[in-house]
Ligand binder design. Structure first.
Ligand code: ADP
Ligand code: MG
Length: 233
């Protein structure tokens, strides 16, 4: 397993944002993580990336216990991520943002940085400061930064949010052609994107795991319908 999460929990005061969640991803697996707002999806990603510390449980990446390892080292070990609210360096150019995202020495990476930018549709704005890019472009840039780190596990938090339809198309194509060496944990409300992409789908509700199954199983699961009842995913 590339990722093994056991009994993972995170409290904020009285609130259990995540409560005893277990999750396993095979190398190269495409897993979607869905659930209503407040279900704990971003919390789970933040815990796996090391941005937050769990209250309970353990996280194993590549059979190594990384629970106490900080986020920068986890990134170097091969855990890449994007955030629900894109985190880019506004005063750096798009190109330099990608170079910062890379683990390899800058000199060797420079030609590749252009390729990563092209992959996400940003070749034309390589020299533009990230702060001047549109919201959608910043989201794409953050994805290029994550890809430049050559992760074995990529955590994507709502990558389609705020994208224009052509940008969503580009993202779907990019996800479809992602190398099979990269396992992906995708948080996304855009269910067409989820069902077109995922091998398996995990559903969270109120911090708890309610379902893991194939796309077909997930579509007909009563637990999933109940979790979403009256809620717009
Ligand atoms: N830093 C925080 N402080 C307090 N509560 C938080 C914090 N982060 C998340 N929460 C709460 O934890 C729950 C899960 O949040 P989150 O993981 O962001 O859900 P999702 O990404 O599924 O919408 C929500 O009720 C949210 O308000
Ligand atoms: Mg979220």
């Amino acid at each position: 397993m590339i990722l093994r999460v056991e009994n993972l929990g995170r409290r904020y005061g009285d609130l259990a944002a995540l409560d005893g969640v277990a999750l396993q991803l095979r190398p190269g697996e495409r897993r979607a993580l869905i659930g209503p707002n407040g279900a704990g999806k971003s919390t789970l990603l933040n815990l796996v990336a090391g941005a937050q510390r769990p209250t309970t449980g353990r996280i194993h990446f590549n059979d190594r216990d990384v629970t106490r390892i900080g986020p920068a080292r986890r990134a170097r070990l091969g855990i890449g991520r994007t955030h629900q609210h894109p985190a880019v360096y506004p005063t750096l150019t798009a190109m330099d943002n990608v170079l910062v995202g890379a683990r390899r020495p800058w000199g060797r990476l420079r030609p590749n940085a252009r390729e990563y930018l092209a992959t996400v549709g940003l070749a034309d704005v390589a020299g533009v400061r990230a702060g001047s890019l549109s919201h959608g472009q910043r989201r794409q840039l953050e994805l290029a930064m994550a890809l430049a780190g050559e992760p074995a596990l990529l955590l994507l938090d709502e990558p389609a949010a705020g994208l224009a339809p052509p940008e969503v198309e580009l993202l779907a194509g990019l996800l479809a052609t992602m190398p099979k060496t990269v396992a992906v944990l995708l948080v996304e409300h855009h269910l067409d994107l989820v069902y077109g992409f995922a091998d398996n789908v995990t559903v969270l509700h109120s911090g708890r795991h309610v379902h893991t199954g194939t796309v077909a199983e997930t579509r007909r699961s009563p637990e999933v319908k109940a979790a979403y009842a009256g809620v717009t995913p």
